[in-house]
Design a protein around this ligand. Sequence first.
Ligand code: DGT
Ligand code: CA
Ligand code: CA
Ligand code: ZN
Length: 583
Amino acid sequence: MARTLKNAEIAAAFEELATLYELDGAVVYRVLAYRNAAKSIRESGVSVADMAAQGRAEELAGIGRTIAEKIQALVETGGIPAAEKLKAKIPPGLVEITRIPGLGPKRTRRLHKELGIESLDELRKAAEEGRMRAVPGFGTKAEENVLAALAAGADTHGGAGGPPGSRTLLSHALALGLELLEGLREHEAALRVELAGSARRWEETCKDLDIVAAASDPRALVKAFTRLPAIDEVTTSGEAGAKAITHQGLPVDLRIVPEHCFGNLLQHFTGSARHNEALRTEAVKRGLHVSEYGVTDDSTGQTHACSSEEEVYDLLGMAYVPPELRENRGELAAAREGALPALVRIEDVRGDLHCHTTASDGRQSIRQMAEAARGRGYEYLAITDHSATHGFGNHVSPDDLRRQIERVAEVDGELGDLRVLAGSEVNVLPDGSLDYEDELLAELDWVVASVHTSFGMSESGMTERMTTAMEHPLVDVIGHPTGRLIGRREGYELDVDRLIEVAAQTGTFLEINANPNRRDLSDVYARAAVAAGVTIVIDSDAHGTETLANMRYGIATARRAWLTPANVANTRSWAQLCKLRKR
Ligand code: DGT
Ligand code: CA
Ligand code: CA
Ligand code: ZN
């Protein structure tokens, strides 16, 4: 039998199939179906090939019968018949062209149709000779981008799956990490099992997962680990632990440690390396030597093993440092002086002030979102659908918004103990104006202003645009202020220091958008904002009831930013929050 295909390989085959269909001009929903299938396969925690071999592929999220059959064919024969057919008719060079940043299947198709381009070489020539700009939607900038991408070797990278060494978004890593923890904790040999490393510090992305465990029978626990359904391949394994790779391609480091020094090892493997290095340097000044196995007093030569992390910090004369702060950003001095902040916790959040419904690009109704918010114990929820000019999904015309305000009031009446607020996520237009009239905005309880278009402005233009929006008396908060998408898109050109300064001057709140792809403001910027006197709002930006729970990633960013409940507007009651805002 052939080698079992990895999830990433199967996902890449469906990614390619979607691209081939799109190049062929297939209807949009078909292309989307294969793209979604590819995503679902890549993120699957179990082996998709094994599921297919057992005839169970349809049990996977997003996989129906047609796609299940294609997976089966791919696993058995090494190819998907529909893809082979398309490959026979579409020049192979076109698929390569779609991988160039800024092109993609739709634009590649247009270049093919208008200029007859079928290969990277022909593309390069067309760009060099200035022929691309004759095609609608392409200009000299597009030609420059193509030449730059080709020079940078964009054509040599594989397509789907991301380059090797790419980092995994925390939400994906954490979901896997918690599943692995659960699997390990269930085992009879497990005494203690904890997540360490960047995932425990709630960083934005993780290179790998680190797990620290103590076991009554280390070999048995390691063996159980290598057999967990999430594990694809075991790289090394022994009494001290194992290194493995999950089906999603995320490496996992399991270390088994003696229980009496569990605290030392957990502290060591939680890191960060920067924090630990500073910690050790500081300890040496006090005549102490910190290692993975204990804290040694240089004068007596005695080593204290610590079963808890609290003991480690205590021996060094410091308060316990929460993992989110362990980045060597001043936490050691604060811990020594007893000046660590009382960090904001998820339980402190009393409401969510940014979410979407089917009125724009959300998946549920106002009523459903409100019930879910009440289920989370919130006191208030602002419904903030996209405004009139938003480019995706439905948009809310001024008349739609007036009806929405009425509907929100109805739901608010129906849900006695939850305050449902009528809001909007209003687009900030390139000149800094908003896309509803002031009279209409004045009828809203809550206004989020965000940039969703014209990302390509100059730094001064974009900063001016945001400044103008913040000077508007009815703008309560700037949504996802820098516009970055973690691992995918840098924020737009923006003078963030100036943004923060004007937010402080105008009394405009700045958002920590809790979507794990955004976490915008970042920890560093949020800390700077609070230092400058800005109040933060942490929002889920949920597009469905289940993503209200993304609030935890916003809280994580806030904690990494050293924020206390007082720095966060929505730890207050709605009445108290209203006193704090500028209007
Ligand atoms: P990552 O994996 O890049 O997302 O970030 P971490 O922090 O999880 O890094 P990783 O997995 O390389 O190592 C886990 C922890 O082990 C790290 O946070 C601290 C500790 N560690 C690793 N290498 C070193 C080192 O060279 N020196 C010190 N002091 N600690 C280290
Ligand atoms: Ca790690
Ligand atoms: Ca590691
Ligand atoms: Zn939004």
